[in-house]
Design a protein around this ligand. Structure first.
Ligand code: ISL
Length: 544
């Protein structure tokens, strides 16, 4: 089933270990996902992005791959996977795989062979001698640890890992690595997957290993962000693999600037179809995600406007498995969970670009009520805590940083019902279930016509069928401290999307009160003059 990028796609992210457990081991699995396909079909999405399901020692929950052509035994078998693809297809749903090719696991056969002295495989990785008794260079690491670890028993050789020690970076200067990856991609495409979400794809190719300019976030990154070598690789993968299958590719592009994004997904789609940018995710921090402040709606809106007006096509996402739940990031969303989540549904579905929904977002899941570091599983939270301790940051402050910023906030088990463990597992969940599951769960939402889930459903349906939402131009109308308003315009039709991004009612300027026809809104009643707390309204210029 060829399934190239289409403008009406709505993509749902599944983080397999947290979605649905079928065998009581406390970890979600593929049969669990299959059992929920009807739910996803009813939700109205047409594509699933599956976070990694490959064999992995799980140092970074599957983003450390030990075998690219095998399914993690805890998640099921290859037969289960094939069944998932087939069952999804019957429901008109395509599967997008997570392609993690900046690094492998240190337990991957390639790294093991390299350690055993095989020269061929040694050249798959980035191994260097230390300089002047120190490390090969001064680079930083995404998990705030040292990016160089001793290679095997060697006294003076190190391998590069921009993430955890168990995630050695691949050497993309070696053409054999490219050949391996082409082969891996074909393997999955032949199984019928429709494309890839490409993990940290803009950092693959390290231009040089020279020292970098000292900076707070990732010293050395100027040597590997969006390098010409990376563009070459992406062009080759598009031409020689993706095009052959008419497949789709979205890149996760850390630190990406607008110009870099334009180069990675220009209109001829010679590299990627679209990228995940990060700028809008910084609307509640001071430059580093660990140093959070109150979320600034204006900062968020400004960033959205900038990207919407500069790129032809964006990814519209507010949550994923690396991000805290968005509604918890609105400082004043307490008491407005329903309103804030439905407003985010309205926003996500009316911006121009491909909407991404992270599992649980459609029922308004919130951040975890974690009480101590022991309850947190994510490796990054632990390494950052160590680094902060090393810097002398007091325990209480460290905990505050971690509690708000931990990626586990977005990884808590899916809340299906008010049964034990929210219906996620009959066993002991790998990560604690959020304490609000009795109030916030799918079963309860399904009973509530005015609830969060039904609003997402409605907005997804609208997004998939209304040509103006699918392809209309984006025209900003108002960015204030509280109101975000923009038009979508196609031919003769004009739609106006309005969001109150705060928990206080706001008066609308006159020109926004005059639109006659309401297509959707998260308040059943209301006045034209005001937007209620977190109110979303979609208006049309004329009802004809
Ligand atoms: O999570 C982050 C900040 O919030 C990022 O630094 C994150 O590590 C970065 O966005 C890259 O993410 C991707 O690659 C990582 C993996 O841990 C993440 O889960 C994945 O989304 C390494 O493979």
């Amino acid at each position: 089933m060829p399934h190239h990028f289409r403008k009406d796609m709505v993509i749902y992210q599944i983080y397999p270990r947290s979605f649905q457990d079928s065998n009581g081991d406390g970890l979600g699995d593929i049969p669990g996902i299959i059992s929920r396909l009807d739910y996803l079909q009813q939700l109205g999405i047409d594509t699933i992005w599956l976070s990694p399901v490959y064999k992995s020692p799980d140092a970074d929950n599957g983003y450390d791959i030990a075998d690219y052509k095998a399914i993690h035994p805890a998640f099921g078998t290859m037969k289960d996977f094939d069944n998932l693809v087939a069952q999804a297809r019957v429901r008109g749903i395509g599967i997008v795989m997570d392609l993690v090719i900046n690094h492998t696991s240190d337990e991957h056969e390639w790294f093991q062979k390299a350690l055993a002295g095989d020269e061929k495989y040694r050249d798959y990785y980035i191994i260097r001698k230390g300089k002047d008794g120190g490390l090969p260079n001064n680079w930083g690491n995404f998990f705030a640890m040292c990016p160089w670890s001793k290679f095997g028993n060697s006294q003076d050789e190190y391998y590069l890992h921009l993430f955890a020690e168990k995630q050695p970076d691949l050497n993309w200067h070696n053409p054999a690595v490219l050949e391996e990856v082409k082969d891996i991609m074909r393997f999955w495409l032949q199984k019928g997957v429709v494309g890839f979400r490409c993990d940290v794809i803009n950092i693959l190719y390290k231009n040089t290993l020279a020292d970098g300019k000292k900076q707070l976030a990732l010293t050395g990154k100027e040597h590997y962000l969006s390098t010409p070598g990376c563009h070459e690789i992406l062009k080759t993968l598009r031409k020689e693999v993706l095009d052959e299958f008419n497949a789709f590719a979205v890149g996760e592009t850390v630190f990406v600037t607008l110009d870099q994004a334009k180069d990675l997904c220009h209109e001829d789609r010679a590299e990627l179809d679209m990228v995940f940018s990060f700028e809008h995710m910084g609307c509640d921090d001071l430059g580093l995600k660990w140093f959070k402040t109150r979320l600034s709606p204006k900062k968020l809106m400004k960033s959205l406007v900038k990207w919407q007006t500069s790129l032809d096509w964006n990814t519209n996402y507010f949550e994923n498995h690396d991000q805290p739940r968005f509604i918890s990031r609105f400082a004043d969303s307490d008491g407005f969970r329903r309103e804030a989540s439905t407003m985010m549904a309205g926003l996500t579905m009316t911006l121009r670009g491909t909407p991404f929904i992270h599992e649980g977002q459609e029922i308004g899941m919130t951040n975890g009520n974690f009480r101590c570091l022991k309850q947190i599983q994510d490796i990054e939270s632990h390494t950052v805590n160590e680094m902060a301790k090393h810097l002398g940051i007091p325990a209480k402050m460290r905990w505050n940083m971690i509690r708000r910023g931990t990626r586990d906030n977005g990884r808590m088990p899916m809340q299906w019902s008010d049964e034990k463990n929210a219906g996620f597992t009959t066993g002991k969940p790998w990560l604690k279930v959020n304490g609000d599951y009795k109030q916030v769960n799918v079963a309860r939402e399904q009973q509530d016509p005015n609830g969060v889930l039904n609003f997402w459903k409605k907005m997804i349906a609208l997004r998939k069928t209304d040509e103006v939402l699918i392809d209309g131009d984006f025209v900003p109308v108002l960015v204030s401290n509280n109101i975000f308003a923009f038009e979508r315009v196609l031919g003769e039709r004009r739609l106006l999307s309005m969001c109150n991004m705060t928990g206080k009612a706001v008066k609308l300027p006159k020109h926004l009160q005059m639109w006659p026809t309401k297509l959707a809104g998260n308040y059943p009643t209301g006045t034209a003059e005001y937007l209620q707390p977190f109110e979303f309204r979609l208006m049309e210029e004329s009802g004809e």
